[in-house]
Design a protein around this ligand. Sequence first.
Ligand code: GLU
Length: 296
Amino acid sequence: MRYIGRFAPSPSGPLHFGSLVTAIGSYLQAKSKNGKWLVRIEDIDPPREVKGASSLILKTLEALNLYWDDDILYQSACSERYYAALQYLLDKQLAYYCDCTRQRIHNLPNSLYDGFCRNRHLCQSASQQLAIRLKQSYPIYQFTDQIQGLQNVNIANAQEDFVIHRKDGLFAYNLVVVLDDHLQGITEIVRGADLLPVTAKQISLYQLFNLPVPTYCHLPLVLDNNGNKLSKQNHAQAIDLNNLTSATVQALQFLGQIIPENWQDANQQQLLEWAIEHWDLTKVPQQNSLLPTNIR
Ligand code: GLU
């Protein structure tokens, strides 16, 4: 089976060093396996979207010579397909409507949902928008990540009936990410370790739909000085388009890879070719770490 990997940014801001690490890590892992590397724009959350961010992200990827191998999938164009999956789950009684307030859930142990609406048979009405939750029938208690190793999942967390369609009418990330990764034929998911805690929920959806489960590689996160994940929400600095080779070298170092001695003489394409040839997933560290000083 041919390897197909992907990079799936949300257009909530420009590409920063943290997302560069994810883009490069997923690209090199795919290319080192002679695979395809796809890009998907996860624009299903309009309130979090920043105008112009998706085209800026794509321009930066192109400037980095990180070319994708097929058409870009925009999640905003996929609502019909998502609704069909939702309807299927509701029809099969594998999902249910829920009117619980945020406050009620917040007061539950660890804010984990207790299945209160599971058998209440609520229906959507014109007057009240309801969330839709998955009736969790395939809880995943354990899985192996290619970088982070064996992951044990807390029982209550594994069994939680999680939201697949939000009260505000938006599709939940955990549902659409699985539908799209399957549609795009993704065989391995390489992404930031911030998504490790929701991976078991996503695997349970693969089981429910009887789909082959991809393998997972969760890359260490880039942290800011306060120990927070570098993110668009924290207003991380955009990648400097005038210094792409040095940013690439920093990303390679962050990922534990060796870098060519004479990298200053190499252009971006040569650097990437070298990096593909020398890519070694076993060298990628598990631990999150601080932004390299010269990027700060
Ligand atoms: N869109 C998510 C983000 O930008 C990534 C989702 C994923 O890789 O599964 O954080």
